[in-house]
Design a protein around this ligand. Structure first.
Ligand code: MG
Ligand code: ZN
Length: 383
């Protein structure tokens, strides 16, 4: 009898050990569900545009934003997003030159230059030759250009719109490429890559000498009214939403105000950098925060574009992160139950949305390099 009880106890213990998740597993599971929270109110905008070619293009990139991430945001916002104003929708094939599953450097290079390249490469082809990007093409024609990101401004996605480097880790070299670019406005994190450098140079001084206002305070960025701005809001990446506040929507608005002064038009790229981080961490709460933050920035662009009538807004993604799906949710509470298949990127097509003159070009299934080709043709009127 005693023996039987011991055997039973041992079995029970084994069962408890097998089925009780460790603390870290519990922590992991708890962030897979967004419990619901505040929703922002969204507006519906008219679709009255001047002509079928835009004077200005604003390109948003949600890093790591697949359909599930968008729908997590839509559910969390109780059923509405600014993004629903976009009526022309397609899908992008995201593979890189050497990998079925891309990284952000190769994907951003494809979108910025129209050239697929190897993972890790910034603004160069697989033979390490520099390829001209859309901001260089704009500047050549006297069209203004700007870059906004929540990551360091020298990170892979924003970097590929300005720089040419063999590896995304060369953020100090990317900062030097920024200095040489003449671009009108940069806002993101990454002060350290401008001031704490191996070559000892202080690029903030050098930007100032080139006529840029350099601002590290978000309120000063909000109220900025000049024509050349370097905004650096964090030593490296900006923090989570609770730390950085409305950094992205404010920076988007300021960048538009700076760029719209150019009578020939402008190109602006705005990245929601950390939807990707939420995917890597399998963290639905972070994904929701970041998608809603990007949506509020898109709202700022819609406010401008709907009045302007000559501005095309494209919302794209570089790849999906986390293999996310949604196993439950509520439009009443905003709760979203996420599930994930990986801590890395996936190969699935990503959604692309367009609003404004030329938006109908962005329907169907396209290569990520086609995003560059379409914007180029629409903005410059040539192939
Ligand atoms: Mg990125
Ligand atoms: Zn990633």
């Amino acid at each position: 009898m005693m023996k039987k009880i011991n055997l039973f106890t041992a079995l029970l213990c084994a069962l408890v050990i097998v089925t009780t998740p460790s603390f870290s597993q519990e922590a992991k599971d708890s962030i897979k569900t967004y419990p619901g929270g505040e929703a922002h109110s969204v507006k519906t905008y008219p679709h009255d545009f001047t002509g079928d070619r835009p004077k200005n293009v604003i390109l948003f990139i949600g890093d790591g934003m697949g359909v599930a991430q968008v729908y997590a945001g839509l559910t969390a916002n109780k059923g509405n997003l600014f993004l629903e104003n976009f009526k022309h929708i397609g899908f992008t094939k995201t593979y890189s030159a050497n990998r079925y599953i891309t990284d952000s450097a190769a994907a951003a290079t494809a979108i910025a230059t129209g050239q697929k390249t190897d993972n890790g490469v910034i603004g160069m082809d697989p033979d390490q030759q520099s390829v001209k990007n859309i901001t260089e093409s704009a500047s050549k024609r006297g069209i203004a250009a700007g870059i906004v990101a929540t990551s360091s401004i020298t990170h892979a996605t924003p970097g590929a719109f300005v720089a040419h480097q063999r590896n995304r880790s060369q953020e100090e070299e990317i900062a030097l490429d920024f200095l040489a670019s003449g671009i009108d406005v940069f806002i993101g994190g990454g002060v350290d890559f401008f001031t704490k450098r191996e070559d000892g140079r202080d690029l903030i001084n050098e930007f100032t000498r080139q006529g840029y206002a350099v601002k590290q305070d978000l309120e000063e960025i909000r109220s900025f009214e000049g024509s050349k701005l370097l905004g650096l809001t964090a030593p490296r990446a900006n923090g989570r939403l609770s730390d950085r506040g409305d950094m992205l929507p404010i920076s988007t608005e300021t960048a538009i105000n700076v760029l719209k002064q150019n009578e020939k038009g402008f190109f602006l790229m705005v990245e929601g950098s950390f939807i990707d981080s939420g995917g890597h961490a399998n963290n639905t709460i972070q994904i929701v925060e970041e998608v809603l933050d990007l949506d509020r920035a898109i709202g700022k662009a819609l406010d401008f574009a709907a009045k302007d009538g000559q501005t095309l807004i494209v919302v794209a993604s570089d790849h999906e992160t986390g293999g996310m799906t949604i196993n439950g949710g509520s439009f009443e509470s905003g709760m979203v139950k996420g599930e994930f298949t990986t801590g890395g990127h996936t190969g699935v097509m990503t959604p692309i949305f367009a609003y404004g003159p030329g938006a109908s070009e962005f329907g169907g299934i396209m290569e990520n390099t086609d995003i560059h080709a379409k914007i180029y043709k629409l903005l410059f009127g040539e192939k």
